[in-house]
Design a protein around this ligand. Structure first.
Ligand code: MN
Length: 130
């Protein structure tokens, strides 16, 4: 085992960021945080995370648009992106997948579902790196 997998958490709500940070640190991940899309883009200039947790509802650029932007750049084309949304409207899941997200979680965050998505995508990712 080398270093811990790095997860970038893009989420405008500080309480949700704190919750995610606690859960993920406890599970042995390294967390980077961004509170909006522009901050995420700045962070991603110097960092290629192993996975991105992407809030969909954000004030400036939403998670759909940010995901679409990232997917156009080769270095982010294959990073697993898991959408997190409070929307439970029919079609949201399909919209996140169309935007380029790999997975989808609803708020409030269910820890078991979060954990299983992370292990699914991070394991796949590591296999590809070997
Ligand atoms: Mn939000």
């Amino acid at each position: 085992m080398s270093s811990k997998p790095i997860i970038l958490c893009v989420e405008d709500n500080v309480r949700n960021r704190t919750l995610l940070r606690r859960i993920l640190q406890h599970q042995g991940y390294e967390i980077q945080e961004a509170e909006n899309a522009n901050q995420a883009l700045e962070t991603l200039e110097d960092l290629v995370p192993d996975l991105i947790l992407m809030d969909i509802n954000m004030p400036d650029i939403d998670g759909f648009s940010l995901t679409q932007q990232l997917r156009k750049k080769p270095k982010f084309a294959n990073i697993p992106i898991i959408a997190i949304t409070a929307n439970v409207m029919k079609g949201d899941r399909e919209r996140t997948l169309e935007a380029g997200c790999d997975g989808y979680l609803e708020k409030p965050i269910n820890i078991e579902k979060l954990t299983s998505q992370l292990s699914l995508f991070l394991n796949d990712n590591r296999k590809n790196d070997d």
